[in-house]
Write a protein that binds this ligand. Structure first.
Ligand code: ADP
Ligand code: MG
Length: 246
C-alpha cells in the first residue's frame, strides 16, 4: 500500500511580479515501510516537497494523498491534527528543547500532543532511548550532547508517538560523515523494527547511497532511481577512512 501518492503535483511561489515554479507537475508513489530520499542541489525543491507531504505547506495544484488522506481537503486545524497523529519530523538543526533533558525531550510529544498516561510514556521513552542508544545520557541536557547524540534524541522523539511516516529534511547536514552514516543506519534500523516509512532529503552523495529509492530533483522535475545495493552495505572502508581522519 502507498503511504504517499502524488499526482501532477505543482508548487509555485510568488517572486515579485513573477512566479517561481519550485515543483513542476511531478508524480510519485512511496510504499509503506519504504526508506527513500529526495536528492538534489540546494534550491531544487526538496524542502518544498517534504513540507507539502508534512502538510506544512499546500500544493498549488495536483493531488497529494498521505496515509490514505487527501491532504488538499484538510483545513489548517485538520492538517495540524493529521500531522500530530501521522507524521514525525526530524529537523536539520535537531530542534531539541534546551531546558528539557534527553528523557523529557523524547517524552514531550507524548505529554503535550498525545496525552499518554505516565506508565505508558515511561515505557515508550525507555524503549526508544535504548533503541537509539542514548539511554546512558537520559539525564543530560542538549548542550551536553554531541551532534550525533542530539540527532539520536531527535529520531527517538520523532518516533515517540508511533507515527506511520517520518520526514527528515537534510538530517545529517550538520554532522561529520561517520556520524551521518550512523544516523542514517539508525533510521533504517528503526524502519526495520517499527515498520515506519522514512523519507529524508540530502544533497550528500555518500548519504544518498543508503536509500532504497532515490527521487532525484532536477529543474522542478523528478526522476526515480532504485538502488540495487542500498546500505546496510555502506562502504565500510570509506567509513573507516572517515573515522581515522576525525
Ligand atoms: P531545497 O530544499 O532543495 O534547497 P527549496 O524547496 O527550499 O529547495 O526551494 C525550492 C525553490 O523554491 C527555491 O528556488 C527557493 O528559493 C524557492 N522557495 C522555497 N520556499 C519559498 C518561499 N516560501 N517563498 C518563495 N520562494 C520559495
Ligand atoms: Mg531545503
Amino acid at each position: 500500500m502507498s503511504i504517499v501518492h502524488a499526482t501532477a503535483l505543482c508548487k509555485n511561489y510568488p517572486a515579485g511580479d513573477q512566479t517561481l515554479t519550485a515543483i513542476q507537475s511531478v508524480d510519485f508513489d512511496i510504499p509503506e515501510g519504504a526508506f527513500v530520499s529526495f536528492v538534489g542541489p540546494s534550491g531544487s525543491g526538496k524542502s518544498t516537497l517534504l513540507n507539502m507531504i508534512g502538510c506544512l505547506d499546500q500544493p498549488t495544484s495536483g493531488e497529494l494523498i498521505v496515509a490514505q488522506t487527501d491532504t488538499g481537503r484538510l483545513n489548517r486545524e485538520q492538517a495540524a491534527q493529521f500531522r500530530g497523529e501521522t507524521i514525525g519530523f526530524i529537523f536539520q538543526d535537531f530542534n531539541l528543547i534546551p531546558v528539557l533533558n534527553v528523557y523529557e525531550n523524547i517524552e514531550y510529544p507524548l505529554l503535550m500532543v498525545h496525552n499518554w498516561p505516565k506508565p505508558e510514556r515511561q515505557e515508550r521513552v525507555q524503549a526508544l532511548m535504548k533503541a537509539v542508544g542514548i539511554h546512558e545520557q537520559a539525564n543530560k541536557y542538549p548542550s551536553q550532547l554531541s551532534g550525533g547524540q542530539k540527532q539520536r534524541v531527535a529520531i527517538a522523539r520523532a518516533l515517540a508517538s508511533k507515527p506511520k511516516l517520518v520526514l527528515a529534511d537534510e538530517p545529517t547536514a550538520n554532522l561529520d560523515h561517520a556520524t551521518a552514516y550512523r544516523i542514517i543506519e539508525l533510521m533504517k534500523q528503526m524502519r526495520d523494527e517499527f515498520g515506519t516509512t522514512f523519507i529524508f532529503s540530502t544533497h550528500d552523495s555518500k548519504i544518498m547511497n543508503a536509500a532504497e529509492t532515490l527521487f532525484i530533483l532536477e529543474d522542478g522535475k523528478l526522476r526515480q532511481e532504485h538502488q540495487t545495493s542500498p546500505a546496510g552495505k555502506i562502504d565500510s572502508n570509506a567509513l573507516q577512512q572517515e573515522e581515522k581522519s576525525l
